[in-house]
Design a protein around this ligand. Structure first.
Ligand SMILES: Nc1ncnc2c1ncn2[C@@H]1O[C@H](COP(=O)(O)OP(=O)(O)OP(=O)(O)O)[C@@H](O)[C@H]1O
Ligand SMILES: [Mg+2]
Length: 336
C-alpha cells in the first residue's frame, strides 16, 4: 500500500514536470519584418518614364525574422511571430499570410505612427538583389520587460534584425536574450546592415546567444578580420556559443568550441537569392526543434536556402518538410 502511494506521488511529480516543461511554441521569431515586392529579371531601370516588361512580380513577408519564421512554419514546427507592422495594407497582408501558414500572431504589434517596413527588389538576371528599403514599423518594435515571459513561452528564440530595429537596438534586445537564456531557451541571433554601433552592441548580446548566424561578409566587417577562423574566434571570445557564417554559394562555415566544419551549398537554378540567409536560420531552427544535431541542422538549412534561391521571394521553393528532405537527399552540392 505504502509502495503504491509513493509510486503515485512520484508519478504525479513527474507528470507535473513534463506538463510545466511544455511550451506554447516550439520557436518564437523576434525582429525585422518587412513586405518585399520583388520582380525579375531586371537588367536596368528604364530611362525616364519608360516601361520594361518582366517575367514575374511577387509580394511576400520578408526580413531577418519573417524570412526565418515563414520557412520554419512550412517545415511544420509551432511558430510565433514577435514583430511590428503598420496599420496599413502591407501589415494586413503579412498578418493574413502568417495566419494562413499557422504562425501565431497574438504578439504581432501594429504601430500607430509608422507604415510597415518594405523593400522593392529589382532582381538581376543572375539572382543578385539590389534593394530599395523604406524603414518603418520594425523600428517601433518594442518588447517590454513584462512581456518577456510571454515571448519566451517556447523552446527556441530566434532574434533577427538588429541594425534595423531602432527601439530594440538601444539595449532591450540584449535584455530579452538574457531573459530567454535564463528561462532555459536555446537562442539564435542574426543581424542586418551592421555598422559601428552594431559592433559595439555585440558585447552585450553575444553572451546570451547560443548560435550566432551572420553572413560571412557581416562577420568579417564586425570582427575586423578576414579569415573565418579569426572572425569566429572574435565572437566566441565575446560569449557566442557557436558561430554559423552563411557564405552565399560557398555554403556555410561553422565553428563551435569543440569542432569546425564547412557545409556546402546545394546546386539549384538560381532565380533570386533574397532571404537565403533568413531562410537558412528558419531551416536550422526547425531542424533543432526536430532534435537534429548541429551538422545535420546546417545541412537542412542549406537545403531550405537553396530552394529559396530557386524561386522569387524569401519563402519561394520551400513546400514542406518531406519535400525539403527529398531535395536534401537528392540534390548535388556546389563545390566551394
Ligand atoms: N547561389 C546559391 N546557390 C545555392 N545556395 C545558396 C546560394 N546563395 C546562397 N545560398 C545558401 O543560402 C545561405 C545563406 O545565403 P547568404 O550567405 O547569401 O546569406 P545572407 O547574406 O545572410 O542573406 P540575406 O540576404 O537573406 O540576409 C548560404 O549559406 C547557402 O547555403
Ligand atoms: Mg542576412
Amino acid at each position: 500500500m505504502l509502495l503504491h502511494a509513493n509510486a503515485l506521488r512520484i508519478y504525479v511529480f513527474l507528470a507535473h514536470r513534463v506538463e510545466t516543461n511544455l511550451s506554447k511554441f516550439d520557436a518564437v521569431f523576434v525582429g525585422l519584418t518587412t513586405l518585399d515586392i520583388s520582380g525579375r529579371p531586371v537588367s536596368a531601370i528604364p530611362e525616364g518614364g519608360g516601361v520594361a516588361f518582366i517575367e514575374e512580380i511577387r509580394l511576400n513577408p520578408a526580413g531577418t525574422a519573417a524570412g526565418a519564421v515563414m520557412n520554419a512554419a512550412k517545415l511544420g514546427i509551432r511558430c510565433a511571430t514577435v514583430a511590428c507592422v503598420g496599420q496599413d495594407e502591407k501589415g494586413d497582408f503579412i498578418a493574413d499570410v502568417y495566419r494562413r501558414k499557422g504562425i501565431d500572431c497574438s504578439m504581432l504589434q501594429r504601430s500607430q505612427r509608422s507604415a510597415t517596413s518594405a523593400t522593392i527588389l529589382p532582381i538581376r538576371p543572375d539572382g543578385s538583389r539590389p534593394a530599395l528599403h523604406a524603414r518603418g514599423a520594425s523600428d517601433d518594435l518594442f518588447i517590454a520587460d513584462d512581456q518577456f515571459d510571454a515571448v519566451c513561452d517556447a523552446r527556441f528564440l530566434h532574434h533577427g534584425g538588429t541594425g534595423l530595429l531602432k527601439a530594440m537596438d538601444q539595449g532591450q534586445s540584449a535584455r530579452l536574450l538574457q531573459h530567454a537564456k535564463q528561462s532555459g531557451l536555446v537562442t539564435s541571433f542574426d543581424l542586418i546592415a551592421p555598422n559601428a554601433h552594431t559592433r559595439g552592441m555585440l558585447d552585450t548580446l553575444l553572451p546570451h546567444v547560443d548560435y550566432f548566424m551572420p553572413s560571412m561578409e557581416e562577420a568579417f566587417f564586425l570582427s575586423g578580420t578576414s579569415s573565418p577562423a579569426d572572425a569566429a574566434r572574435y565572437f566566441l571570445d565575446r560569449g557566442a556559443g557557436t558561430c554559423i557564417f552563411k557564405w552565399g554559394a560557398k555554403g556555410s562555415y561553422i565553428q563551435a568550441k569543440s569542432e569546425t566544419f564547412h557545409v556546402p551549398a546545394f546546386r539549384v537554378q538560381v532565380s533570386d537569392t533574397c532571404g537565403c540567409g533568413d531562410s537558412y536560420c528558419g531551416g536550422f531552427i526547425a531542424a533543432l526543434v526536430k532534435g537534429w544535431g548541429l551538422r545535420q541542422a546546417c545541412t537542412l538549412a542549406s537545403a531550405v536556402s537553396a530552394l529559396v534561391a530557386s524561386g522569387l521571394g524569401s519563402d519561394a521553393g520551400v513546400v514542406d518538410f518531406a519535400e525539403t528532405l527529398a531535395f536534401m537527399h537528392s540534390a548535388s552540392i556546389l563545390e566551394a
